[in-house]
Ligand binder design. Sequence first.
Ligand code: NDP
Ligand code: HSE
Length: 442
Amino acid sequence: MIAYRNLRVALLGAGSVGAQVATLLTEHHDELASRVGAGLDLIGIAVRDVDAPRTAPIDPALFTTDAMGLIESADIVIELMGGIEPARSYILHALNSGADVVTGNKALLAAHGPELQAAAEQVGAQVYYEAAVAGAIPIIRPLRESLAGDRVKRILGIVNGTTNFILDKMDVEGDTFENALAVATELGYAEADPTADIEGYDAAQKAAILARLAFHTEVPVEAVHREGITQITAAQVSQAQKAGYVVKLLAICERITDPASGVDGVSARVYPALIPRRHPLATVHGGKNAVFVEAEAAGDLMFYGAGAGGIETASAVLGDVVSAARRHVAGGPGVAETTHANLTILPIDSVSTRYQITLEVSDAPGVLARIASLFSEHGVSVEAVQQSIASVESGTSESSGTATLVIVTHVASERALSRTVADIADQQVVVRVESVLRVEGA
Ligand code: NDP
Ligand code: HSE
């Protein structure tokens, strides 16, 4: 039975996601009303151009360019415009007008999350943002609620569909980076300017949001170490395959202790890494996302599904709208997020992991021993070494050619590893350091 007054829902944006949200709110109106205990009436949609063509059939009378006016008469405001401004000002205005806010805007949350949370807390409202990380996959609510009584140790996430699509195509089809990116763009996975995807900015924003929730600590997006996938070559992907690994762009949020200072803190980082093909994240293909959570009591959990797409992301948005509406019906203030732990954010130098280093070296006696001694001098333990002859200059003896050395280490500190690699690069017998890739999930 529905006893509560109908709730007024304002939508800001009717693009890929917003248009689908408008359709679901309208088509599922009665079903949603029964679930919430109150009708959810879409009272208007703010856009830039009221006459622009839409990807879903929407009543043209709903469109307006007066976002502020629309916000002021709403109980729930859904922000799906993207970008920092005017989205930030609109959300602050909505909260100060007493509305709850639902948003999928990871860029805004990563840059201004604490400001928005503080504004919500001050007025007893709530900001919901399930769609901001990994699209349709429920990961915000599990971290914020289901795992609130546990201690998260580490999160390994494939949180950018574009880069996963590219790396998967290189792995499965032997494609080049450039070709795979062109297909990703054609299929609509990549942003119009794919820099945010391929240089890891999008994943870094998501890492900042996940780390904040998992470790109850403010994690500014600038503190997230970020490397993209533009340096990954078809040869590296193929070599990884032969060695039993797959290359994935990972967002990693982890509780760590700096090996030098002993300081406990949080590491948030994004980089392409090798993961063993037996690891569950290795099975995440195409544009799909997955978030692998390691918790103290719960053990390993994996959340998998569509990380983008209009209708898929609209599902996460609607889930938040239902939560916000139920809170209105039940009454009481929104649930504030805590950042009480206030842990130190540690730099990449504090991280310890395994590494794969690929070198082109002179194929001469004593070279391997010299390289091995450098690892030992820096306290980095070598797990495996593989050598193959890369080239032999024509008309000369074999010893004047070069060889490729692929070295995999045991867990070592980033600091020790980078010093080792710097010393190796200085050796006359080393033609070049082809790549240094981290090995995760082993
Ligand atoms: P689109 O670019 O497709 O749509 C943006 C919409 O916002 C358009 O309708 C546009 O109006 C409107 N808009 C933009 N600026 C203004 C403004 N100043 N005033 C009023 N309206 C404005 O974005 P998406 O739907 O793809 O993404 C929306 C949000 O969801 C973003 O924050 C994005 O990061 C997030 N997200 C998106 C996913 C996806 O798969 N697309 C997945 C997960 C999150 P008009 O149409 O008139 O130009
Ligand atoms: N461009 C993003 C991706 C969209 O490829 O994952 C979803 O955030």
